[in-house]
Write a protein that binds this ligand. Structure first.
Ligand SMILES: Cc1ncc(COP(=O)(O)O)c(C=O)c1O
Length: 465
């Protein structure tokens, strides 16, 4: 088809497009295969202004030049989250298959919100969701969708929980109450804030874990009016700061005694459901009314991808489905019960079929490879913990449940941790930022990359002498 009119001209490049396409694809392939990718660093606003300036103007620019701006200036000013020594926050380590398929998803221009427009994509995404639901022991009727990240997943799950609370007699104008485990991620608090819910958090044990007794104590302390406000109990399957798993069975029991929703935030840790060596930590996760796990964290998928699962997706649909004349055509009735529109299951309408890169990688490699990769990271975390325990200059703050190793450097003040961390990033050696534990500055090493080796992490530990 021609693109002759002025308003159509930007929808194809000119004769240079083949060369540019080759260059873009070559860059993407090269980046995917870098082992290790550069750790790189951040750049100040002043530096970026000086080197990039105003990149967008009214007139066209040479595509090679703009691509060069990205590859030469902008990309190197970003930390590679998949570097094996990126151990901060919760990094990621997508498989080559998943990243390459992400290109395919972009090129395919799929509107992933409905069966009408994306039945093939939704079918495949549901296969990946089913694998996770089976690992968690959720019933066959469980289902969900992929949203952008754990924060969006927690918010959507709590919106569904609030809907059920109100359906079951919760005050339609009242503020609901969320009972959250002490190790809950900030996004749970933020989600509650967004929906005007109050949050009470439990005490945790010495390792930051919440058990049934702590949750029951929170419930005991509520008066009758507050008890009637409880819309959900939230447990954490892998806390972000220290990687411990709550007593999910106990928390699920408390939730069911209260007759309230049980949400499990497994954005980081529930990925390890596929690892036989730690599966027992998650006992009780099958009680969840909703569960999230982020493939972009520890399930080897690219951003941005959170699997959001509901025990009863039809209930979630009641909470989330948008209604309008122009959406009537998407109504499910003709499609049958198994074909829930992803757009109806979370706070979104248009959506990228972002579960597909994860699905492709799962299908190509098989789920056994996921279990192996997961065990690899867990094994490295355990070995690193042993190294720390054996070292003369460091202390292990606690035995890891999963893959977060928390380390103290006796004699260091907060400023020493910060200076060491800044230098390691500046020199492109490692990215490990300080956190605090019970008010004390510590380092946390979050290991989610099967390419992270014990020897390499040992080098990082040695640099703290
Ligand atoms: C336990 C937990 N929940 C939720 C989140 C938020 O996820 P996202 O950053 O994908 O929104 C995180 C992020 O680290 C997390 O560790």
């Amino acid at each position: 088809m021609g693109a002759d009119r002025p308003g159509q001209r930007m929808h194809r490049f000119d004769g240079a497009s083949d060369a540019l396409a080759s260059e873009v694809v070559a860059y993407a392939l090269e980046r995917v295969r870098l082992d290790p990718p550069p750790l790189d660093g951040t750049a100040s606003l002043t530096e970026l202004r000086a080197r990039v300036g105003r990149s967008i103007g009214r007139a066209p620019r040479d595509p090679q030049e703009v691509l060069g701006l990205f590859t030469g200036v902008l990309a190197p000013a970003c930390v590679s989250v998949d570097h094996p020594l990126h151990l901060s926050f919760v990094p990621g380590a997508p498989t080559e298959a998943a990243v390459l398929f992400d290109l395919v998803v972009s090129a395919s221009n799929i509107y992933g919100g409905s069966w009408l427009e994306a039945s093939g994509a939704v079918y495949a995404e549901n296969e990946a969701l089913r694998w996770l639901a089976d690992l968690a022991g959720l019933p066959t009727g469980a289902g969900g969708t992929f949203v952008s990240g754990g924060s969006a997943g927690n918010l959507s799950a709590l919106v569904a929980a609030r809907w059920r609370w109100r359906r079951d007699g919760g005050d339609p104008r009242g503020r609901p109450l969320v009972l959250a485990s002490g190790g809950s991620h900030s996004s749970v608090l933020q989600a509650a804030h967004v929906i005007d819910a109050d949050v009470r958090r439990t005490e945790t044990d010495a390792r930051g874990r919440t058990d049934a007794a702590a949750m029951a104590a929170l419930v005991q302390a509520l008066d009758g009016a507050d008890r009637a406000r409880v819309m959900a109990v939230v447990g954490t399957a892998g806390t972000t700061n220290v990687g411990v798993v709550d007593d999910l069975d106990g928390l699920g029991r408390v939730a069911s005694e209260l007759g309230t929703w049980f949400h499990v935030d497994g954005a980081y840790g529930a990925a390890a459901l596929c690892a036989p060596s730690v599966r027992q930590l998650f006992t009780g996760i099958e009680r969840a009314d909703s569960l999230i796990v982020d493939p972009h964290k520890w399930l080897f998928g690219p951003y941005d991808c959170c699997a959001l699962l509901y025990r009863d997706p039809f209930l979630a649909r009641r909470a989330h489905a948008q209604h309008a004349e122009y959406l009537d055509v998407l109504d499910q009735d003709d499609l049958g019960d198994e074909m829930l529109n992803p757009s109806d299951l979370a706070y979104h309408l248009s959506r990228r079929a972002r579960g597909l890169p994860f699905w492709f990688s799962l299908a190509v490699h098989g789920t056994d490879a996921y279990a192996e990769a997961m065990e690899e990271t867990l094994g490295v975390a355990r070995a690193v913990a042993s190294l720390v325990e054996a070292s003369a200059h460091l202390e292990l703050v606690m035995e890891p449940d999963l893959s977060v190793v928390v380390v103290r450097r006796p004699g260091w003040e907060p400023g020493d941790y910060a200076a060491w961390s800044d230098r390691a990033l500046r020199e492109g050696r490692a990215f490990v930022v300080p956190s605090t534990w019970r008010g004390e500055t510590v380092l946390r090493l979050c290991i989610v990359n099967p390419r992270t080796t014990v020897a390499a992490v040992n080098g990082v530990l040695e640099s703290m002498r």
